[in-house]
Design a protein around this ligand. Structure first.
Ligand code: ADP
Length: 174
């Protein structure tokens, strides 16, 4: 019987990290759809390049594309003993497609691991991230007795860059 695992959880929950640990420990591949898309973009794969604009906005790529990618990946021989999926499924349509796929493989049930982090903790993690205006060091603020950047003493300010905005959008989409 295979170890067929899906890691669910919002951005910032640490599900990718947990997926990698579990996969390594159990000798099955970690399959991250986000990584696959980014690899595809690096390799100039036309399907991945088409998905790039949506990814850059934190929006979801369409089901048909994502299901085809995962279907192909799960047909490779290294998944015979199972897999740890990270980032898929993200929609009901993807979940239904995965259910049928796993049923047709017939090597064990699908186990869902839902990594829950209280929303105020996710928000706290994102909100308390600070960056030094002078040297760019990322640091936790308000360390007792330390007024500014632990490296150069510069002023710590909130990170209000594009990436942070995309993370907020990802949380909303999730
Ligand atoms: P995050 O860091 O938010 O967990 P990922 O690395 O898993 O994001 O994915 C990055 C982007 O790739 C997503 O914002 C989305 O555009 C696209 N993507 C990845 N997996 C899927 C999926 N299963 N369905 C639709 N889009 C996906």
């Amino acid at each position: 019987m295979g170890l067929n695992v899906v890691m669910m959880g919002p951005p910032g929950a640490g599900k990718g990290t947990q997926a990698a640990r579990l996969a390594r420990q159990r000798g099955v591949p970690k399959i991250s759809t986000g990584d696959m898309l980014r690899d595809g973009i690096r390799d100039r794969n036309p399907v991945a390049l088409e998905a790039k604009a949506l990814m850059d906005m934190g929006r979801l790529v369409d089901d048909r594309t994502m299901i085809a990618i995962v279907q192909e990946r799960l047909s490779r021989p290294d998944t015979t003993d199972g897999f740890v999926l990270d980032g898929f499924p993200r929609t009901v349509g993807q979940a239904e497609a995965l259910d049928s796929l796993v049923a047709s493989r017939g090597n064990g049930p699908l186990v869902i691991v839902d990594v829950t982090v209280p929303e105020d903790e996710l928000v706290r993690r994102l909100a308390t991230r600070r960056i030094c205006e002078s040297c760019g060091t990322t640091a936790e603020p308000a360390v007792p007795g330390v007024a500014g950047c632990p490296v150069c003493g510069g002023t710590l300010v909130p990170r209000i860059d594009d990436e942070a905005r995309v993370v907020v959008e990802r949380l909303r989409v999730y």
